[in-house]
Design a protein. Structure first.
Length: 322
């Protein structure tokens, strides 16, 4: 009987995966919580395919695999999987790039609206028995009068642009691998460089994968190039930004506010100063969440793993293994 190993999962159970895999005669072995590399190595050793959520599938874990025909990630990002070692071993790594596009785009816009309309402080103001504006009038903005910079014009970036245009914002996009004509055709403006986008935007929101070229692209130097009093949104990957630089920019006033669904590290340490900043909205990596998105994710992951077990061609291979 073929076996699929699931390294970790945050769902209540694996009933959706079992509904796909058990009728096909596939056995599931799993850990509910993340384990040490040595424990994970033992779990995946004889698996015909491996499914991972947040557990670090590092070189030790990948090299322990003796039969795996694929590693499938629950999600869009795959930075917790050592794709280079998997490529050396001839093991394809697959992600699920389109299961939560609308959810994440909605969340990015919700963050932007919450900050520009000062939703959180005004709600808390009324809850405390007060009335009137909770913040200075200058903090109340309309997207129509702002320039929003979007870094990355993939599936989610395009949906964020579409939403922003409905709010009449000026939208500036930087993506070095997308032709400017595509950006213009979508109704946005193409920035000629990352620095140009930073300098012109009132709000900046990255929507790009975590890669060596993008890790900590939002560092102290980048924040210094932004308008003083601008806003930083991140619903992408935590390591796109240098967390110390984000914190320092907020403390100095270079950033007026931030809204972050992701952070580096996660969970955010309990004593981290960003947790108590009144000009910051935080969420615990939940932008992708909806019943439909989670069901789609889990069923798609199970189907991809089953394809691997059966030796069928795999979509969404991110490490170039055919």
């Amino acid at each position: 009987m073929p076996t699929i190993a699931i390294t970790d999962y945050t769902f209540p159970d694996l009933s959706l995966e079992e509904a796909v895999l058990r009728p096909a005669g596939v056995e599931i072995v799993s850990c509910k919580e993340k384990r040490s590399p040595a424990e994970l190595a033992e779990l995946v050793r004889d698996a015909d395919a491996v499914i991972a959520q947040f557990a670090p599938v590092n070189a030790e874990v990948v090299n322990a695999m003796t039969k795996a025909r694929a590693i499938v990630r629950y999600g869009i990002g795959y930075d917790n999987v050592d794709i280079a070692v998997a490529r050396e071993r001839g093991i394809p790594v697959c992600n699920i790039p389109d299961y939560c596009v609308d959810e994440v785009a909605d969340h990015a816009l919700a963050f932007m609206l919450a900050i520009t309309r000062q939703v959180v402080p005004n709600a808390l103001h009324v809850r405390e028995g007060k009335w009137g504006l909770a913040t200075p009038l200058t903090a109340m903005q309309a997207l129509k009068y702002l320039t929003v910079g979007i870094v990355g014009f993939g599936r989610i970036g395009r949906e964020v642009v579409r939403r922003l245009l409905a709010f009449k914002a000026r939208v500036l996009v930087f993506d070095p691998v997308v032709d400017a004509a595509q950006i213009l055709a979508a109704g946005a403006q193409a920035a000629s460089s990352f620095d140009e986008l930073l300098a012109q935007s009132d709000i900046v929101s990255p929507h790009c994968p975590s890669l060596p070229a993008t890790k900590q692209m939002f560092n102290a130097a980048a924040f210094a190039k932004m308008k003083r009093g601008s806003v930083f949104i991140n619903v992408g990957r935590g390591d796109l930004a240098d967390s110390a630089a984000v914190t320092a920019a907020l403390q100095s006033g270079q950033l007026a506010a931030a809204a972050l669904d992701v952070f580096d590290p996660e969970p955010i340490p309990a004593d981290h100063p960003i947790r108590s900043m009144p000009n910051v909205i935080l969420a615990s990596h939940i932008a992708s969440a909806s019943p439909t998105a989670v069901r789609t994710l889990r069923e798609t992951v199970a189907r991809l793993a089953l394809k691997a077990v059966r030796g069928e061609p795999l979509p969404n291979v991110v490490n170039g293994v055919v």
